[in-house]
Design a protein around this ligand. Structure first.
Ligand code: UT7
Length: 357
């Protein structure tokens, strides 16, 4: 073990979203809702839906390949593959093992993280610490979800919200003062019943009855989750800034979990940040759960919203209940495209929108 801790930073970012677009107008034909209601209450206009043959590991794999290419890291040099997901391909093996195998990351350990939509923050914190302690040199962290497969398409309270996507980052040691400067992981399991997928586990094993009662789909008390999110998002952002001794006025870009524009605006207000420093793409992707932060991070980089040396705050909340944040100082100079800045006014579109490899 090294005598002192190292700094862990993001040296490559990738993202993938399936090709099929489901608009609010499409939803108007499926449930009793309207484009106006969805836009006003959530900010979402459309979302991507995975093809029947696409599972979360396929989405993660596409994002991971791009992140590795940007970082200039070969899969066989990875020490660890961590996938945050709430919609694993199956109960076991872990989705991370499927990604590890498909990548050819022969030397890497692999495991999943289940922490709701906060999963990417949890996984980033875990991966960073392997780098910081010297236990690993190169770590891949992905957030991947295809919740469209678990939504009750007759429940207008949930089916309008979610979309499918994946994002991934590569972590390596970086110069002192850069990379992950602080993080905060929080949970309150007493709020678990507010957002559940009740059946299929050891509590309610799959049966005809659980299928008939739609217990294999998402059940949510949206209003309660909303109130919780408004309370914790700004709070945890301030907490990670306080831990690192960085004032909110020095934040270059806030990357919030993309669930609801009103929740994001409340968090920005709490930090005293103008919306020009908050990255929002939920209008085009909806809530992609554990993928939302790395996908937004990728688009913020490509669009020139993050500049070398910027302080970037990422915050999320989700089922569990969980919430958390991380403060990252972006690298001072380009290392691949991930650490650099694409020209401002970029198209802000995800690459590889067709079928996964
Ligand atoms: O990553 C974590 C995942 N979960 C979340 O992020 C959810 C957080 N919560 C939210 O984003 C919001 O609570 C929702 C968008 C889910 C709902 O918005 P709201 O402003 O909290 O509405 P509400 O649930 O209080 O419902 C208001 C009304 C209700 O009708 P009544 O009882 O006032 O007649 C609902 O039945 O809106 C109705 N409603 C809808 N109307 C049209 C609920 N869903 C819809 C819909 N279209 N899709």
């Amino acid at each position: 073990m090294p005598e002192t801790l190292r700094y862990a930073g993001i040296v490559g970012v990738g993202a993938y979203a399936p090709q099929r677009v489901l608009t609010n107008e499409d939803l108007e034909r499926m449930v009793e809702t309207s484009n106006e209601w969805i836009v006003e209450r959530t900010g979402i206009r459309e979302r991507r839906i995975a093809a029947p043959e696409q599972a979360s590991s396929d989405l993660a794999l596409a994002a991971a390949r791009e992140a590795l290419a940007q970082a200039g890291v070969a899969p066989e040099d990875l020490d660890l593959v961590i996938v945050a997901t709430n919609s694993p391909d199956m109960f076991f093996p872990a989705t991370a093992c499927l990604v590890q195998d498909a990548l050819g990351a022969r030397r890497a350990g692999a495991f999943d993280v289940s922490a709701g939509c906060t999963g990417f923050i949890y996984a980033l914190s875990i991966g960073s610490q392997f780098i910081m302690t010297g236990a690993a040199e190169k770590v891949l962290v992905a957030g991947a979800d295809s919740l469209s497969k678990m939504v009750n398409w007759e429940d207008r309270g949930t089916c309008i919200l979610f979309g499918d996507a994946a994002g991934a980052v590569v972590l390596e040691p970086v110069p002192e003062g850069y990379g992950v400067l602080s993080f905060s992981l929080r949970a309150d399991g007493s709020g678990g019943p507010l957002l559940t997928l009740p059946a299929g586990g050891s509590r309610l094993p799959a049966s005809h009855e659980t299928v008939d009662r739609r217990l294999h789909t998402i059940h949510m008390q949206g209003r309660e989750i909303f109130k919780f999110a408004v309370r914790v998002m700004g709070e945890v952002a301030l907490e990670v800034l306080r831990k690192a001794g960085v004032g909110p006025d020095r934040v270059g870009c806030l990357i919030p979990h993309q669930a609801n524009l009103r929740i994001i605006e409340a968090a920005a207000k709490r930090l005293g940040l103008g919306m020009d420093r908050v990255f929002v793409n939920l209008d085009r992707y909806g809530n992609t759960s554990a993928a939302s932060i790395p996908v937004a991070l990728k688009e913020a980089l490509d669009g020139g919203y993050i500049r070398p040396g910027d302080y970037v705050v990422m915050v999320a909340f989700g089922t569990g209940l969980t919430w958390g944040g991380a403060l990252v100082r972006w690298l001072p100079e380009a290392r691949g495209r991930a650490a650099g800045v694409a020209p401002a006014g970029g198209q802000n579109e995800l690459p590889g929108q067709d079928s996964p490899p």
